[in-house]
Write a protein that binds this ligand. Structure first.
Ligand code: SF4
Length: 229
């Protein structure tokens, strides 16, 4: 048994999607208060080697064959780029002739070693969940020295050189970035990053939804405003 875990295959845009987590436990450079995976005991932004990678890679190949996947989505328990074997993982998927979609919070996407890896993927998702550095520090609790301004400029720099589809996912959080001033700031950030696709989301996790979730009405209002940029 390897260390990867999988979701049941689903169809999106007419393609069978295999979603895979490539981390044994949470390894992230942030420690968001609303993280569905729990607390970050391992706040990292450098690559790590993990046990059982050979069996994990074989299992991935078998899963792709068995599920007849048409796209593999690397959506991990944290920042997938810190798995030292991520290039091998992408190569296995590519070797099967399949496109790869990668989820990252976006902060380290423009570091040369990670940019090279993300550039191997057909689609890359970056995320924004606040609209100020104060909230970034308060609710996303990143590695010391990280700033919200850099989060944005790092994604922008990645996007400017990336040939694939860059998807920006913006999460609107009650009490943090759902006021008019924040929405305006987010609008400007979206324009600055200029993603190939924009996803507007809200907190859906049952535990955090009550405190941080948006009403349908406010969510639709903000979504319409941002999607119409
Ligand atoms: S960036 Fe994602 S995985 Fe990392 S702590 Fe925040 S919610 Fe969790």
């Amino acid at each position: 048994m390897g260390i990867f875990s999988y979701k049941d295959v689903y169809v999106e845009n007419g393609k069978r999607v295999l979603e895979v987590n490539i981390l044994p436990e949470k390894y992230c450079n942030f420690d968001c208060i609303f993280c569905p995976i729990g607390r970050s005991q391992n706040k990292v932004d450098t690559q790590k080697s993990f046990d059982k990678m050979d069996s994990s890679l074989t299992e991935l190949e078998n899963m792709i064959d068995r599920t007849k996947a048409e796209l593999v989505f690397i959506n991990s328990k944290g920042e997938a780029l810190v798995n030292q074997k991520i290039i091998d993982i992408i190569n296995i998927i590519k070797g099967k002739g399949l496109p790869v979609k990668l989820l990252s919070n976006g902060y380290i996407l423009n570091r040369p070693e990670y940019e090279k890896i993300a550039n191997m993927c057909d689609e890359v998702i970056g995320e924004i969940k606040v609209s100020s550095n104060e909230d970034f520090q308060k609710i996303q609790r990143p590695i010391e020295g990280y700033t919200f301004e850099e989060h944005i400029s790092n994604m922008k720099a990645f996007r400017e050189q990336y040939k694939g589809k860059f998807i920006l996912e913006v999460t609107i959080i009650k009490g943090y970035n759902d006021d008019e001033e924040s929405v305006e700031k987010i609008k400007n950030i979206i324009e600055e990053i200029s993603p190939g696709k924009l996803i507007i989301a809200r907190i859906e996790d049952e535990i955090f939804k009550k405190k941080l979730g948006l009403s349908d009405e406010r969510f639709n209002e903000i979504s319409n405003k941002l999607q119409n940029i």
